[in-house]
Write a protein that binds this ligand. Structure first.
Ligand code: H2U
Ligand code: ZN
Length: 351
């Protein structure tokens, strides 16, 4: 078998942000694949859909009417999973039956008044407007006493359970730290105590010098496939400056944020020449009134696709029962994403 190397031999990798492991089986990526590599037809969506509950001027469930907005539009989720006025309550019976009231607010943010315009097809100044809305929401929700954490996330594509192609994201803000955040809080805090630098500042420095997993970058942000990626084409966007939340970004950084979000999603779309599905989330400091120098703002992208427009990676069996696992290495995925065109495939197909 020769000496161990990451691209041939089964191994496990550690995620320092969560303390979890991923099993990597690169030798399996070499097995023959007999499934077809199909391309989906480009679905032509209208720029306005009279049946879409997010389009300007349309009626939402419950009867509210959207304003005739241009660019972005924010509203309270008509089916919020967390509510602001739930009475305080809970139990702890014998350390076995433990429950607690959760309080919070849920919102929906439309990225554009145009039904068919996704982030990789938007102009940078339009995506910047989305970022300005995120900044504003983080600031305003963060001022609310009982809100200690604000999760901004985007579900894109029906494969990810997204109910509507009209480009949008959601915000769920709440009293308790969600489990993923609790893990990252603990690990970033420990790292900062021991090194007096953010975990991701040191990680980023190492990744920049290695250059193996970087997909693309600009002056303020880097997009990369993390060393510990679980999903085949998982990526992170990390701010070069260790800002703990959106409010600390300066004007130029907000423009660069829009740019990197577009750059990464163009490459995603170009990978299989489809509107690439994923779940994206912004991880940043809790809004619990404390200082959080340990927090380093970043975005996670978890796309389900494995090798074509329809073949997805299933997190089942061993992954459910034991441990996440992947075949293709993070380095191989990064290499593929890096080598794709920077121009959206639809623009190519026009020529
Ligand atoms: P997705 O991003 O997963 O598609 O969810 C869209 C959200 O929009 C979902 O949380 C909300 C749903 O509750 N929604 C409204 O607030 N009003 C509506 O009229 C339909 C859907
Ligand atoms: Zn629409």
């Amino acid at each position: 078998m020769g000496e161990f190397n990451f691209s041939d031999h089964p191994h496990r990798r550690y995620n320092p942000l969560t303390g979890e492991w991923v099993l990597v089986s690169p030798h399996r990526a070499k097995r023959p694949w007999q499934g077809q590599i199909e391309k989906n037809d480009i679905k032509i969506l209208p720029f306005y859909d009279p049946d879409c509950y997010l389009c300007p001027g349309n009626i939402r469930a419950g009867g509210k009417i959207n304003p005739k907005y241009t660019d972005t539009f924010v509203f309270s989720n008509d089916f919020s999973s967390i509510l602001p006025d739930t009475p305080v309550g809970g139990i702890n019976e014998k350390d076995l039956f433990i429950a607690d009231t959760e309080n919070g607010l849920c919102k929906v943010i439309c990225f554009s008044h145009l039904h068919n315009l996704t982030v990789p097809e938007m102009k940078q100044e339009k995506v910047r407007k989305v970022i300005d809305v995120w900044v504003n929401e983080y600031e305003e929700l963060g001022k609310i006493d009982f809100i200690n954490y604000i999760q901004i996330f985007e579900n894109k594509g029906s494969m990810m359970g997204c109910s509507n192609p009209h480009p949008h994201c959601q915000i769920w803000s709440q009293k308790y730290l969600p489990v993923e955040i609790e893990k990252e809080q603990k690990h970033q805090e420990n790292y900062f105590k021991n090194h007096n630098r953010t975990l991701l500042a040191d990680y980023l420095e190492a990744e920049i010098s290695k250059c193996e997993r970087v997909i693309c970058s600009n002056n303020s942000f880097i997009a990369l496939v993390p060393f510990w990626a679980v999903w085949p084409f998982e990526a992170m966007i990390i701010s070069k400056r260790p800002v703990s939340n959106l409010l600390e970004l300066n004007d130029k950084e907000k423009d660069d944020f829009a740019d990197i979000y577009i750059q990464l999603t163009i490459r995603y779309d170009n990978l299989f020449e489809i509107s690439f599905p994923y779940s994206m989330g912004i991880h940043q400091a809790p809004t619990d009134g404390k200082q959080h120098p340990e927090w380093h703002m970043h975005l996670h992208f978890y796309p389900p696709l494995l090798r074509s427009a329809t073949v997805k990676k299933f997190m089942v069996g061993y992954e459910m029962m034991a441990n996440p696992q992947r075949d293709i290495t993070a380095e191989q995925s990064a290499e593929r994403l890096r080598s794709l065109s920077k121009v959206h495939y639809k623009m190519h197909n026009l020529n």
